[in-house]
Design a protein around this ligand. Structure first.
Ligand code: S3P
Length: 455
């Protein structure tokens, strides 16, 4: 019933080379926000009636969510640039006929586990070699407390992993849960399970993580409130057995994708670019803040709100960067941006230290290890600590290593692939990564867009 995880050696990896280019110039847009795209599809599938989404990210991860929702009864189509979702209503998901393969997408599997949990259906989820290694206990624990039953593979190091089967319960038992890790995926899984659960489901969030689920649930008409208690924790309360009304959604450009051309422009002498229509929600914008503190010439033009999210056009010019100590508490607002920050740090003047980044070890790859290894090959002075990297940059001098070194391993991780692609622009003689295909999960057309900026 379950498919074999995609293996790195047989997956059709495409090596790609990246070399120094002239100044990057021009105005570009980046694909839609991945987090908002997943949630747009999921909440539209639960509304009663027809929602319309523009700007949806058409990357593999989001397409995996769309396919999963179709397999559970939602009608999802694309015409011209508009995605239409005919929702089944909260509680209306159907039993899929086969196991659901979510490829590389952690957000898909964790959010859909929550969604399925309070439906009377049983769903098996599978994924590629990267997703099959990632811990699912963080979602299984709270959902089990709602009475939901799980069977999961146990990894060699004792973690609950894919393939796993969720046997949903309807009605499930409402839960009050304090998040033990700062994770928007876990928060969202619980809230999605709460939608079809009688009574109040409550998530206590000691550390603020991206708040798209809260904003969008309210936008779809759910009765959701957010308060802050004396300790500064957020208390998110959702009244269950909700009825969601269909919406028209405009997805803004993804700040996590914009991060790659933005850092590239900071590093390549003479560059001057504008990335239009980028989401700048403060729960996501930590990297921009840190790059400005490092001396990055980054300014925000035409600030506006699109579908309840703050958006701006981001103007970036080549800058001389200086290393800094990155405070651990900024990590949740830039959790996906550390790989590209490490590249910026490798070219900065002085030392950049990061800490509190244990979560990076359980992303699409162990990002601390992959980045330290790749930077080491490029001759960068890097130390890998348990919870962060310490990098002493070249002060703007091109990185060495170049074509003579073996290809840099990307480990099925889109952000590692794109980070080293950007690093290639700042080398003396170019570099090769072993596989560019992972970029398709979140940033279709990445390599072409970078070429366009350089031409
Ligand atoms: C995401 C949350 C983050 C992030 C991921 C997308 C989301 O994961 O890394 O790319 O859309 O909720 P965690 O919840 O594991 O921090």
């Amino acid at each position: 019933m379950t498919s074999k995880p995609k293996d790195q050696t047989t997956s059709g990896a495409k090596p790609a080379s990246f070399a120094p280019v002239g100044p990057l110039t021009g105005q570009i847009t980046v694909p839609g926000d991945k987090s908002i795209s997943h949630r747009s599809l999921i909440l539209s599938a639960l509304a009663i009636g027809k929602s319309e989404i523009t700007g949806l990210l058409e990357g593999e991860d989001v397409l995996a969510t769309a396919a999963a929702l179709r397999a559970m009864g939602a009608k999802i189509e694309k015409k011209d640039t508009v995605w239409t979702v005919h929702g089944v209503g909260v509680g209306g998901l159907l039993q899929p006929e086969t196991a659901i393969d979510l490829g590389n997408s952690g957000t898909s599997v964790r959010l859909l586990m929550g969604l399925v949990a309070s439906h009377d259906i049983s769903v098996t989820f599978t994924g590629d070699a990267s997703l099959s290694k990632r811990p699912m206990g963080r979602v299984i624990d709270p959902l089990s407390q709602m009475g939901v039953n799980f069977t999961a593979r146990t990894s060699v190091d004792g973690k609950a992993c894919l393939p796993l089967t969720v046997r949903g319960l309807c009605p499930a038992v409402p839960l009050e849960y304090r998040l033990p890790v700062a994770s928007a995926q876990v928060k969202s899984a619980i809230l999605l399970a709460g939608l079809n659960t009688p009574g109040v489901t409550r998530v206590i969030e000691p550390v603020l993580t991206r708040d798209h689920s809260e904003t969008m649930l309210k936008g779809f008409g759910a009765d959701l409130t957010v308060e802050t208690n004396k300790e500064g924790s957020r208390i998110i309360s959702l009244i269950g057995e909700a009825e969601l009304s269909p919406q028209k959604i405009k997805v803004p450009g993804d700040p996590s994708s914009a991060a790659f051309p933005i850092v590239a422009a900071l590093l390549v002498p003479g560059s001057d670019i504008v990335v239009e229509n980028v989401g700048i929600n403060p729960t996501r914008a930590g990297l921009f803040n840190i790059l400005q503190q490092m001396g990055g010439n980054i300014s925000f033009k035409k600030k506006r709100a699109v579908g309840g999210e703050p958006v701006a056009d981001i103007h970036v010019k080549h800058s001389k960067l200086t290393g800094i100590d990155v405070p651990a508490d900024i990590a949740p607002s830039m959790i996906d941006e550390f790989p590209i920050l490490f590249i910026a740090s490798a070219l900065a003047d002085g030392t950049t230290t990061t800490s509190g980044l244990h979560e990076l070890r359980v992303k699409e790859s162990d990002r601390l290890h992959q980045m330290a290894t790749g930077l080491g090959l490029l001759g960068v002075d890097v130390t890998e600590k348990e919870d962060g990297l310490v990098i002493t940059g070249s002060g703007g001098e091109p990185l060495t290593g170049g074509k003579k070194i073996k290809p840099i391993e990307t480990a099925l991780d889109h952000r590692i692939a794109m980070s080293f692609a950007v690093a290639g622009l700042a080398t003396a003689s170019g570099l090769t990564i072993d596989d560019i295909t992972p970029a398709e999960t979140s940033f279709p057309g990445f390599a072409d867009l970078m070429k366009e900026l350089a031409s």
